[in-house]
Design a binder for this molecule. Sequence first.
Ligand code: PLP
Length: 385
Amino acid sequence: MIFLDAAATTPVRREVLEAMWPYLTGEFGNPSSHHSLGESAAAALAGARASVARALGCRPGELTFTSGGTEADNLAIKGIALARQAADPRLKRILISAIEHPAVEESARYLERFHGFTVDVAPVDGTGLVTPEAFAGCLHPGTAVASVMYANNEVGTVQPVAALAALAHGLDIPFHTDAVQAAGWLPLDTKALGVDAMSISGHKLGAPKGCGVLFVRSRTRLEPLLHGGGQERGRRSGTENVAAAVGLATALTMAKAGQPERSGHVAALRDGFIAAVLAGVPGAVRTGHCSERLPSVASFCFPGTSGESVLLDLERQGVVCSSGSACAAGSDAPSPVLTAMGFPDAVAQTAVRFSFDATVTAGDLATAAEAVARAVAGVRSLGSA
Ligand code: PLP
């Protein structure tokens, strides 16, 4: 099998599992306990937090471990908006982009339904880019929080996050970015990016599913969503998943090491794959930006097919990929990301995403490109029969 769906999830890396193992077995203490087992768990958690802080260029106290990217996004959007509204009731708006992951979009919609906020949506251009001009036009003195993802999970477009954050700061608006797909491929230094909050998920990086982290800059107010024993400095109650935190820290540290070289290497393979698919499939359209894109994502529309049929054919040929995001898998509805980019519904329904991890090879991608040409031709011939 050639696995080209790494944006959906990745296997746990051996080094990550080995780092976690002690905290799942002998060192199983609760970090809040005052005996030696508890103290050693608390030390492991503190060590993990310090490693993540080094990877993200922030202070350990600015990090909250969560159950994944979805929880980190919920905590950022709801937690910042509710805290700011409590301090100043005139702050009643939330600004997101038109191509956010549902974890951000639905958090904003929840605030609209139950807390009287209005959601403003910054449009994207045909490449999936939120231009600074479009973003600036949607900022408002009453915006409580703005959120634009670092890199899109369906088409891989990378946003000018530092420029957008600076525009938000011009109106004293905190800026959050969902960096779940960017992690491992793009620089994650929170100071250089200028963001006030940033979400990361473990399972895109070789850590297990169900762990993540939210960075929130120290001067940013945050209302907790989970109430209880006051763990994570009161920001996220619940006994901490020590092993997962250690795993996430190990994966992030490994991802940071050699990142520019790895990204350059995979981007070159990606470009070769895109060229091979465009050459082999008449009418194929690359989606997303030509250069501002994740090294790990190649995405297309194949007019005259259905994305789901192409996927099934590819899987029969041993190539596993996805029609867009894993969250929308199995649905024939056109991708909201592609429709926001201006693709007609009938074309958006033909989307296929290939996403790589660092182990991908030129040989795998050459084989996959040939399989894509066969799959699309086969589906088209069935359609016209
Ligand atoms: N944000 C983006 C951009 C994603 O791609 C994903 C997962 O696919 C998430 C958030 C949610 O992360 P998790 O699966 O850890 O909840």
